[in-house]
Design a protein around this ligand. Sequence first.
Ligand SMILES: [Ca+2]
Ligand SMILES: [Ca+2]
Ligand SMILES: [Ca+2]
Ligand SMILES: [Ca+2]
Length: 370
Amino acid sequence: MRLLTVFLAFAFLCGTAFALDKDEALHGPTVVVPLGDQGGRAVGDDCTNPIVIDAVPFYGTGFTTCGALNDYTETCLGSYDGGEDTIFQLTITEQVWVNIIMDPLGTTWTGVAIDDECPLASSCLGFNTGSSGVRTISQVGLAPGTYYIMVDTWPTPDCIPSFNLTIEPTDPPPPPPANDTCEGAIAIERCTSGVIDGDLTWALGNYTPGDYPSSCTGYGALGKDVVYVVDLLAGDVISLVYSYVGTSFDESLYIITDCADPAGTCVAGSDGGHPEDITWTCTADGTYYIICDAYSSTGGGPFTLTYDVTCPLPTAVCCVGENCFLYSEADCGLVGGTWHVDWTACDPNPCEIPVPQDSESWGTIKSVYR
Ligand SMILES: [Ca+2]
Ligand SMILES: [Ca+2]
Ligand SMILES: [Ca+2]
Ligand SMILES: [Ca+2]
């Protein structure tokens, strides 16, 4: 049973196409490691003969994927499952939150994932990948049951000569912020400006603007995200600057109209540098969701969102003599006209209405003096 929403978030992330564009540039060409024969040559080689872990905490050293063969390549690890892989089986007897820490002891481009089935699915309970350093799947909630942990690489390297695996209990994470999803989006008012302090630390990853290179930011955004909402009218200009505070992360910023279809309804996006900024003129009245996201599935912390929603000044009829213009009150004043806030059109020309010079008609005047 998948207990908590963190599971769903991880599943969403894992199920989304990997946006490895930025990472691919660093990694270089992917080497194809031939698939191994699945048959349990040795303990840990594959799902039929995993390394069994029957208690948490667990501290294991001296494992390797070298010689374990490349059995699985269609998992949530994406490009990071192309190397030889080692499988662990973990039995949980009572609900626990754990950190899963895999130290590849210097080997680069490694990944670790956990799922409740083996082979691990393309949508799994949790994973962590990276070009260097220790891999950590943080604060995974596990209900009683059987789980599988897979360790793999994005070749090259084809395998990890030696790694350590730690599974330690930890505290459950705080709940995500209220504006983690569109349902709790924090409202920004039209025609205002300001600076919002936000934090992705405990947010979940619910949205992505699409895939490289066609998305509105140019990239996917598999990281954590929070949402702001603003009602705009056509002609409004919204300017946003989205910047991490303190610990850096790769910001991704975009505006959508349908939270069920971010990729299909994105009207503006930015993932080109730091900070990210958008200046966009609204083309249709409506409700717009601003997604403050992170490109990487492992990034996201405190940030500021600076916003400025400029609303066009209302225009109305400005009569300059008998000539009619649609001007703002200020512009009408500049040309010496008379501004009529309730008049909205120059056709027919409301400025041409003849104004009687006298309260009496010629007929009345003639009858008086005759
Ligand atoms: Ca593999
Ligand atoms: Ca979120
Ligand atoms: Ca995201
Ligand atoms: Ca960025």
